[in-house]
Structures are given as C-alpha cells and as structure tokens.
Design a binder for this molecule. Structure first.
Ligand code: FES
Ligand code: ZN
Length: 310
C-alpha cells in the first residue's frame, strides 16, 4: 500500500491512494480526513445531544479502538458528556481475552473507564459451547451481543450506545438485506439504527458508517492505538463473505461503490420515511425490549437447551 515515491498534497510521503478521489494521503492528512468524517456524521445526524452518556461498544479490534479514540479526541473537552466503554467476552477460546488486553491498554492510555461482562456471567453460556450444538454460531453470537450491549449500557446509565460499524459493514448489511428481502432489518440500518422509542432501549449510533474499513486500519495503526488484529475463529458466515467479496470487487473496478450504496440507502430511507416508526414491547421472560412476545435472545437460549446437535 505504501508507495514512497508518491506524495500527499502536503508534501509528506503518501500511505494511501483514495481511488474514488484520485488523491494520495499521508498519515497526518488521512487522520484529519477521518476525524472530519466522524464529526460530519455525528453532527449532520445529530448523534450526540447535550449531557449524553455515551457507552462505546469495544471489541479490542481496529474499528472500535478507532471509535473510542475519535470520541476521546473530538469530545474530551465537552464537560457535559460522559464517555465510557463496554466489552463483552463471548467465550471463544483465548480470542476475546487477547482483545480485552488491548482494550484495557487503550482505555488506560486515554483515561476512559472500561466495563467488562461476559456471555457466561450474564447468559450462562459460551460461544464455544454454542458451537458444539449448532453451526449458526455467528447468528447466536450476534443476537446475544446486541441483547447484552443494550442491557448493560442501560444499566450503566448510557443514553447512547456507539457501535463501530464502518462503511464496508454498512454497505454489506444493505446488500445482504436486499438479497434476503428483509425489509424489517433494512429499515433498521442507518446512522441511528433500531426503534428508539422505548425507555429500555438505548439508541445505537454509528459514527463510522462513512469511513472505509481499510482507512480505519491505517488510522488505528498510524495513531499507535493498541488493537487486536485476530479474526474470530467462527467468522465463516457464507453470505456475508460472498457479499464482502462482491462489493470489494466492484469497488476495485468502480471506485466509490461502497459510498454510493450507503448514499443510495440513505436517500431511499428518507423518501420512504419508514425509519424509526415502530414501538417496542417487552419480553415475557426477561423484560428486555422486543417486538415479539419472547425476545430473540430468550428464544435462542431456549432453543439451545433443547438442542443436542444441529
Ligand atoms: Fe461472535 Fe465470532 S465474534 S461468533
Ligand atoms: Zn427475553
């Protein structure tokens, strides 16, 4: 990626060519661009309000570490805001343990309080155990994680839950929902996903949804953020893997594809005005917010109890 013969507009050696702009960037100017995008997404979509208590969903990876750092850098002077981080150990061998160490280092460096919890402690299950019963590990993991992030963030008094979805994630999610014709999930994408009118639901915000995954990696690396680059051993969601490859190939051939997919989504949602209309009820078993009688997490936990092996 680094071509030392190429220079940024400022004269420093370039580390990245933004093909959709036809411009080279050095580490310094790229960081400035990323910070600008973060500010633009939070400002334009009113993601942060006065006196917000922002819980950052940390995983220890490059995206959420960059997210935490950006919040610290951009908002640390704001006395009215409270920023803290939350990490969840899913129970996947040593994978998350190593990421937690990096997350601890980063939070210590920035002076941000880090809260930790685990599937084992909260749900009495680990993903390693789930994997013994079903091949749909990522589905279970995703549902449990969303469930716990919301519950814990709320218990910690958060008014916003910031998640590190980047431009690549967002474009993939849009196309995946098109392929699956899942209008319900499709509606819930966007900078503030989900149904927000419920006192038990902490609105989730996505300030990185306009930033390329590759650029976040460079941002984390050039700002010397501690982060873990290991991949989850269970990440073999076939549809997502295929969609990722498809979009990456298109981006290679037609630079700017990812940005256009997300822009197109935002335009449709605005036109249809379908976002954030619904109301939530509460799960009959655990009391957490859901639009069903029983929430998805309780349903999956029950299914696991009754499953010997897929
Ligand atoms: Fe949950 Fe990989 S992080 S299955
Ligand atoms: Zn429930």
């Amino acid at each position: 990626m680094r071509d030392l013969t190429k220079k940024c507009a400022c004269g420093r050696p370039a580390i990245l060519l933004r093909r959709y702009e036809g411009r080279y960037y050095c580490d310094h100017c790229l960081s400035k661009q990323i910070e600008k995008s973060f500010k633009k997404t939070t400002g334009k979509n009113h993601l942060i309000k006065k006196n917000d208590k922002i819980c950052i969903a940390l995983s220890g990876g490059k995206d959420s570490s960059s997210l935490l750092y950006l919040f610290w850098k951009v908002f640390r002077q704001r006395r009215d805001l409270k920023i803290f981080a939350l990490i969840i150990d899913e129970g996947i061998g040593n994978y998350r343990k190593e990421c937690i160490k990096e997350a601890e280092k980063l939070c210590k460096k920035l002076g941000i309080k880090l809260y930790k919890t685990s599937f084992k402690k909260e749900l009495g299950i680990t993903i390693d155990k789930v994997a013994k019963k079903t091949s749909k590990t990522c589905t279970y993991c995703g549902v449990f994680k969303r469930y716990l992030l919301n519950k814990k963030a709320r218990e910690l008094g958060a008014t916003k839950l910031a998640v590190a979805h980047n431009l690549d994630d967002e474009a993939q999610a849009i196309i995946m929902n098109v392929i699956r014709c899942d209008l319900k999930r499709f509606e819930r994408l966007g900078p503030i996903p989900g149904v927000i009118r419920d006192k038990k639901f902490v609105p989730r915000i996505k300030p990185l949804r306009q930033i390329h995954e590759k650029e976040l990696y460079l941002y984390a690396a050039t700002n010397s953020l501690p982060f873990c680059s290991k991949e989850c051993p269970y990440s073999h969601d076939n549809v997502r893997r295929d969609v990722r490859k498809l979009i990456n190939d298109l981006e290679e051939k037609y630079p700017g594809t990812k940005i256009q997919i997300v822009k197109f989504y935002d335009a449709i949602i605005k036109k249809l005005a379908i976002q954030k209309k619904g109301k939530l009820g509460h799960c009959k078993k655990c009391g957490e917010p859901t639009n069903q009688e029983i929430c998805k997490a309780c349903e999956l936990l029950e299914r696991l109890k009754n499953t010997k092996k897929d």
